[in-house]
Structure formats: structure tokens, C-alpha cells
Design a binder for this molecule. Structure first.
Ligand code: HEM
Length: 472
């Protein structure tokens, strides 16, 4: 397929390409519209004028702050969008994340009844995301937002999360995070090796843009003789938009450390570092286990290392290097489900379309770090604000969460679950392939959902239509 031309000026920023690690601070503010739609649109108009697009910045001209906007289904209604048009959005988006709790495994300590106030209740209408290079710029941008809201009236922030990048772009368990991203045709073709679709001949190709940005050909379009585009909301909302998943995931670091410390006493000469890496599928510095199975390579930098994503699992069909149930192997099996093992290694692909479940991740850690070596909880709220962008929440985010992280069947792992996140039902052990294999016993969950929303990130034309009241 010929490379598509992507209209970067019509797409919001931080989706196709990350703003980058020099934006240390991110605030997510969920706004409730408590005024009539016309009044809300007057405010929205002012906001839209400041939204950052996907256009590239000339060298040295990165703005001090960026602004992006997303809306929930109740938010579309509060802006005056008709039921007919709201009905053209995907079913799961309209239903909202909290209504999908059983499916997603948000039960027990993650049940929406104990989520943060303002999340999952229908009160969160518009999400404003502000990125800033420095805390001072951040406060200034936020202050302006609040002033604009007060000037109009009838608008209230119902939930706000302030996040800050941790040193070395690590998440709270201590692992480098965020660098494995899908390669997208017309936007990041150069990242196809490791980021795209693994092909039989050892080559890779980038994913069709419509997997992530609505209004563009997706992977179905590629094989459709009629070249139909994927489902999208009614015009003008469908073009250049994407669906967003926002989840506040609390991480119990003290529990994780105690569990790994105690389990390691029985594992390979007490190697806790290796055991934890087996759970993730990477060493703390990001080096993939499938390439570096025995020890963490010194001085490895995931931002520059060429092999950080350029790998497959075809040389590790039995999971002896990277366990079959490791977090990164479950969440992106690459060729692992497709590689059929024969007596002389991999003999072919059997039609698994794992690449249809990719997502763009833009999470940020929140909360203070638990000092190294501490194994008792200090009561601080800390974790990851998980953010993903995709063309279909059900096929991409929910597919991964439900079929790959919360279940073991497809990997031939029975009741095993993703051990990093944990299993609220308490049955999820982890099998670490080896001679002999090692089993991590089911634990209390390390990660709890504290709230979340399914959102839509409109393109720039769509944002203007929402502000003008011409979205239908
Ligand atoms: C607190 C919860 C979580 C933590 C601490 C966490 C941590 C990590 C880490 C350390 C990596 C490796 C770095 C990288 O590849 O960029 C990773 C990769 C990844 N995670 Fe998570 N994760 C969490 C939740 C989730 C959830 C809920 C999903 C999806 C539903 C997910 C999907 C992925 C994907 C798709 C990758 C990339 C794998 C690849 O392309 O090789 N993660 N995660």
C-alpha cells in the first residue's frame, strides 16, 4: 500500500509522536459541564484556540506548555451533540469504562464503587491535558484554564491528577517505560523494525494509520477489495480523531518488593533482579530478556539502543529466555502467537493477527517514589496514569487487557495471569519456563484501578465543530 499522507495539522499532538521527556509535568483535569450547552461551548471555543496539534515544531521552538482536549460520551451530550451523533460512536465508548468493570477485571479492590470521586460516575465530561517543561509554567497554564472556566461559570474540575516524570523515565516498580510503541505508516515508518508487523521473511512493515487515527485506512482496509474505511463517528467528528483510555493505576511497591524478595530465596541462587525481570520481560534499564537472557547489559540506554524493540520471539518459542507470560510478551506477543514450532525451530505463521491489538501508550507515573530498600508501605498514593490511544477501544485496549493480560489461555498458560498487574481473583500464578520451571504463587494484586474513563480525542476540525455547535 502506498504510504498515506497524514494531515498533522488536523490531529492533536502527543498521539502520533510523543512530546518527549523534556515535558516533566503533566496535569490531567476532568471538567464537569453544569451549564447549558451554549454557555459550555463559549468556554470550549476559548480552549480549542490553544490546543496543540501534531505538527512538528521547528528546531528550538518547543512550546513551554501544551494543551490537549478529550471528551467522554456524557461530555458530548453536555456540549449539545445530538443523540444520533453520539450513537455513531463505538458502543464501549458510550457505555463508559466503569460499566465494563467485570470484563476488565476491575473487581474487588479495583471496583468502580471505590474509585476516586469524579471518575466513572458520568461527571467527567472534558479532559484537559497540560504538559509543561517546568512546574512553574505548569501552574501558570493551569491557572489560566481555571480563570477561563470561572469567567464562564457552570464548569467545575471534578478530578485532577498531577504527574511528574520519575528520574530515568522509570515507572514505580523501577523499570524504564514507554519506549515500545507501534510504528505507524506515514508517521513513523522508520520505526517499523520492532514497532510494526513482523513479516515471514524477517522484515517488518509499519501499521496502517487507521489502527490509531480515525478516517484513515486500517489493517482491514489493506485487504478489503472495496478499500472501505473503518467505522468512525459521523462527520465531521470522525476524521483525525482517536479513542483514548485513561486509567489511574495504583502500584503497591512495598508488596511487590516483599513478594519478589521472598520468592527469589527459592530461585536461581536468590537472583531477585533476574526474577523480577522475568515478570516484566525486560531488565530495569529496558534491555529485552529475549536478547539479554542472563544479565543486564551495562550502560544500556533504551532511547538509543538499536535492539530495544527490534526483536521477535521466534528464537524463544519455549520461553526459556523471556517467559511466555512476561508482561511485555503478553501485551505485545509480536510473532509469538504466530510462530509455529517444528522439529527444526519455527516453521511458519498460522494466521494470528496480533498486530491488530497494538496501542499507543502515553502514561505518566504519579506520586512520590518509595525510597529504595523500603518494604513496608508508607501510605503514599503512587502509581501510573495509564493512557492509550487507539482506533478501537474494544479490539485494542480491551483485547489486550482482557484476553492477554487477565487470561492465560491463548498462550497455553491456563490460569496464569499477568503477574505484574496481579489477579484480583487470587488464582493467577506465573510460570517461569526453565529447567526445572519456577512458579510464582498467586498474590494480592500489586496494581489497583483507582478510576478511569473512555474518551474521544477529536481532530482540530471536529473540535471547532463542537465549539461552534455544528457537530450535529
Ligand atoms: C501499573 C501498571 C503497569 C506497569 C507498571 C507497566 C509497565 C510496563 C513496562 C515496564 C513496560 C516495558 C517498557 C516498554 O516496553 O515501553 C511495559 C510495556 C508495555 N505495556 Fe505495560 N505496564 C502497566 C500496565 C499496562 C496495561 C494495563 C497495559 C494494557 C492494557 C499495558 C500494555 C503494555 C504494552 C502494550 C507494552 C509494550 C510491549 C511491547 O511492545 O513490547 N501495560 N509496561
Amino acid at each position: 500500500m502506498a504510504s498515506v499522507q497524514i494531515d498533522l495539522g488536523d490531529i492533536q499532538g502527543d498521539i502520533l509522536r510523543a512530546y518527549g521527556n523534556d515535558y516533566d509535568n503533566t496535569t490531567y483535569a476532568f471538567v464537569k459541564i453544569e451549564c447549558p450547552p451554549e454557555q459550555a461551548r463559549a468556554w470550549f471555543h476559548g480552549v480549542v484556540d490553544h490546543v496543540t496539534t501534531a505538527e512538528t515544531w521547528p528546531p528550538g521552538e518547543k512550546p513551554l506548555t501544551t494543551l490537549n482536549v478529550a471528551v467522554t460520551a456524557p461530555g458530548l451530550r453536555a456540549l449539545g451533540v445530538s443523540e444520533d451523533v453520539v450513537g455513531s460512536f463505538s458502543r464501549e465508548f458510550r457505555a463508559g469504562m466503569s460499566s465494563r468493570s467485570e470484563l476488565l477485571g476491575d473487581v474487588g479492590p479495583s471496583d468502580p464503587n471505590s474509585w476516586e470521586p469524579g471518575l466513572g460516575t458520568g461527571d467527567a465530561h472534558v479532559l484537559l491535558t497540560i504538559n509543561a517543561k517546568q512546574a512553574a509554567d505548569h501552574q501558570r497554564a493551569l491557572g489560566k484554564m481555571k480563570e477561563a472556566m470561572d469567567a464562564v461559570g457552570g464548569l467545575r474540575i471534578v478530578y485532577q491528577e498531577d504527574t511528574e516524570l520519575l528520574p530515568g523515565a522509570r515507572e514505580h516498580f523501577g523499570y524504564s517505560d514507554g519506549f515500545a510503541q507501534p510504528a505507524i505508516e506515514g508517521a513513523s515508518d522508520d520505526k517499523a523494525r520492532g514497532g510494526g508487523v513482523p513479516l515471514k521473511d524477517g522484515k517488518w512493515r509499519a501499521l496502517a494509520a487507521g489502527e490509531f487515527i480515525l478516517g484513515y485506512p486500517d489493517e482491514d482496509t489493506r485487504v478489503d477489495p472495496k478499500k472501505r474505511l473503518p467505522n468512525a463517528p459521523a462527520a465531521p467528528l470522525g476524521r483525525s480523531g482517536t479513542y483514548m483510555v485513561w486509567r489511574k493505576l495504583y502500584q503497591d511497591i512495598a508488596l511487590w518488593r516483599r513478594v519478589m524478595r521472598d520468592a527469589a530465596k527459592l530461585y536461581e541462587g536468590g537472583d531477585e533482579h533476574l526474577l523480577s525481570a522475568k515478570v516484566v520481560g525486560r531488565w530495569t534499564n529496558g534491555a529485552p530478556l529475549v536478547k539479554y537472557p542472563d544479565e543486564e547489559p551495562r550502560g544500556y540506554d533504551p532511547k538509543t539502543a538499536e535492539d530495544v524493540n527490534d526483536f521477535r520471539y521466534d528464537g524463544d518459542v519455549d520461553g526459556m529466555r523471556c517467559p511466555l507470560g512476561a508482561h511485555i510478551r503478553r501485551s505485545n506477543p509480536r510473532d509469538a502467537l504466530a510462530a509455529v514450532a517444528g522439529p527444526k525451530g519455527v516453521i511458519g505463521f498460522d494466521g494470528h493477527l496480533s498486530f491488530r491489538h497494538r496501542m499507543i501508550r502515553r502514561g505518566m507515573p504519579y506520586g512520590r517514589v518509595l525510597p529504595e530498600g523500603v518494604t513496608e508501605d508508607d501510605g503514599v498514593d503512587r502509581g501510573l496514569v495509564f493512557v492509550s490511544f487507539q482506533g478501537s477501544i474494544s479490539r485494542q485496549f480491551e483485547g489486550v487487557q482482557v484476553q492477554w493480560l487477565n487470561a492465560g489461555n491463548i498462550f497455553g498458560l491456563g490460569h496464569d495471569k499477568d503477574f505484574l498487574l496481579g489477579d484480583p481473583h487470587g488464582t493467577g500464578k506465573m510460570t517461569i519456563q526453565g529447567k526445572p520451571p519456577f512458579f510464582l504463587a498467586p498474590q494480592e494484586v500489586f496494581v489497583r484501578t483507582r478510576g478511569g474513563e473512555y474518551l474521544f480525542v477529536p481532530g482540530m476540525t471536529a473540535l471547532a465543530a463542537l465549539a461552534d455547535g455544528t457537530a450535529g
